[in-house]
Design a protein around this ligand. Structure first.
Ligand code: AP5
Ligand code: MG
Length: 217
């Protein structure tokens, strides 16, 4: 069963790899960051609570995040597997996920951690452009759209994420090292942790991750 956590620092390529994995393995991609951003753009109560925190690079409180993930993982489309991107990010979230997994009959089976050196993360985040309409992601250094500033898929004008500025990036990176990196030891102890070097190239990372997934599905 592919009940997967995808972890890694901001800009490691979680979203990029997730899109490629779900195309090949047909499991839902659950990105807590995407869910929050969708709520922000729709102006929901959750979005209102999360907006300022996210834009400054902080972490949304555990109680809001955990409840949201439990609801999402309980939905029918997760019964044949799921790919969690950006959750858990704190020890409390990891403990909560460990408790809810058996409760909803969907315990995590694999943890994929992609790491990249800090200076490369900074460059990737600075170069990222996203489509506000269809969600496609580009990079002015490594994944340029055909026409500068325009989405290849839907023709909308590309934008930068509000938290993709140097100040918010530094806060995100610090939170990653302080709050999320300790999860490596947590999942190593569970025997489900797998590390991947995010510097070997986009295709190669996908290939290596796919190999692991094929062996575990
Ligand atoms: P989230 O949206 O998850 O952001 P993040 O963790 O900071 O990660 P990113 O999405 O920035 O990076 P990524 O690893 O997906 O990289 P990508 O593939 O885009 O969370 C946002 C915020 O929401 C958080 O800060 C927090 O406030 C809140 N939040 C979310 N989950 C939460 C939780 N569980 N608890 C509390 N708060 C939560 O790639 C980046 C760029 O690099 C792209 O331009 C891409 O084209 C390029 N790229 C990717 N791979 C390569 C490669 N191999 N070579 C060259 N370029 C590459
Ligand atoms: Mg992402």
């Amino acid at each position: 069963m592919l009940n997967i956590i995808l972890m890694g620092p901001p800009g490691a390529g979680k979203g990029t790899q997730a899109t490629r994995i779900i195309d090949a393995f047909h499991i839902p991609h659950i990105s807590t960051g995407d869910i929050f951003r969708e709520n922000i753009s729709k102006g929901t109560e959750l979005g209102k609570k999360a907006k300022a925190i996210i834009e400054a690079g902080g972490l949304v409180p555990d109680d809001l995040t955990i409840g949201l993930v439990k609801d999402r993982l309980s939905q029918d489309d997760c019964k044949e597997g799921y790919l969690l991107d950006g959750f858990p990010r704190t020890l409390a979230q990891a403990e909560a996920l460990k408790a809810m997994g058996p409760e909803i009959g969907r315990p995590v089976t694999l943890v994929i951690d992609i790491t990249v050196p800090d200076e490369v993360l900074k460059e990737r985040i600075g170069g990222r452009r996203v489509c506000p309409k269809c969600g496609a992601s580009y990079n002015i250094h490594s994944m340029k759209p055909v026409q500068e500033g325009i989405c290849d898929r839907c023709g909308a004008e590309l934008i930068q994420r509000k938290d993709d500025n140097p100040e918010s990036f530094m806060v995100r990176l610090q939170n990653y090292y302080e709050q999320t990196a300790p999860l490596v030891a947590f999942y190593e102890k569970e025997g489900i942790y797998h590390h991947f070097d995010g510097m070997v190239g986009l295709e190669k990372v996908t290939e290596q991750v796919a190999e692991l997934l094929k062996a575990n599905r």
